[in-house]
Design a protein around this ligand. Structure first.
Ligand SMILES: Nc1nc2c(ncn2[C@@H]2O[C@H](COP(=O)(O)OP(=O)(O)OP(=O)(O)O)[C@@H](O)[C@H]2O)c(=O)[nH]1
Ligand SMILES: [Mg+2]
Length: 222
């Protein structure tokens, strides 16, 4: 039985990869920069996005998709920023798949969007295997989770393009060792860019916005 299970899994992933590829082509053609956010539950994805949609939304046309097993609570929070937002409810599935993103985009004019943010289900394991057609995959590590998470969940770091150390305002209270966290990320994914930030105080968000502007500029070929 074992080889058969592997076969089915490979087919599912292959199907996802093909769909992700066509999504990526669609985003490129429309000129939309797409970022996905992955992290353990509660690392601060929605809080960062609430602020990003509000602040980046002053200069760019922004929207978001958000995945959760249940409820549209995150979508409601994000919608308060005034941007178009859709919730993807996955039921028992612990990650987003390209098909779910494609379905959620139904009826949206991508050419009217500069940035699309996709908040994945809070999970450090499953989302790593599923390409969503994004330009940039951002992994969040909050200071309250412990510095060892990159060592314990390397695949998500290997699939990411940028790491955000979030809730940096709590670093001292949590006894968070920044250098150790940096070393651990470097061990599993040498050269992965890292930004320390707080969506609460705004610390470090200038570097986050600069990265987003750079992504946009590279899309326009500037
Ligand atoms: N002090 C502090 N708290 C934060 C910060 N960002 C988020 N939080 C808090 O952390 C908790 C979880 O934040 P969320 O933004 O809901 O986290 P999430 O990653 O979207 O969670 P899931 O969608 O459930 O995976 C909330 O109570 C936030 O107020 C931050 O920068 N500083
Ligand atoms: Mg959330």
């Amino acid at each position: 039985m074992q080889p058969r299970i592997v076969e089915v899994r490979e087919n599912v992933l292959k199907k996802n990869d093909l769909l992700a590829r066509s999504l990526r082509a669609r985003f490129r053609e429309a000129g939309t920069s797409v970022l996905s956010l992955v992290s353990s539950p509660g690392a601060g994805k929605t809080t960062l996005l609430e602020r990003t949609l509000r602040e980046l939304g002053l200069r760019h046309r922004v929207a978001a998709l958000v995945g959760d097993l249940a409820t549209d609570r995150d979508a409601q929070r994000l919608a308060r920023a005034g941007a178009p937002v859709r919730q993807i409810t996955t039921g028992t599935v612990c990650h987003l798949e390209a098909q779910m993103v494609a379905d959620a985009l139904d009826g949206w004019d991508l050419t009217a969007l500069d940035f699309l943010f996709v908040e994945n289900v809070g999970n450090l394991v499953c989302p790593s295997s599923y390409d969503l057609g994004e330009d940039l995959r951002v992994v969040l590590l909050s200071v309250t989770e412990g510095e060892d998470k990159p060592l314990k969940y390397p695949t998500i770091y290997n699939s990411a393009d940028l790491a955000l150390v979030t809730k940096i305002d709590l670093a001292e209270a949590a006894g968070f060792d920044r250098e150790e966290a940096r070393r651990n990320v470097e061990d599993v994914r040498p050269g992965l860019p890292m930004i320390e930030c707080s969506a609460r105080t705004g610390q470090g968000l200038d570097a986050w916005y600069r990265r987003l502007e750079d992504l946009r500029a590279s899309r326009r070929g500037v």
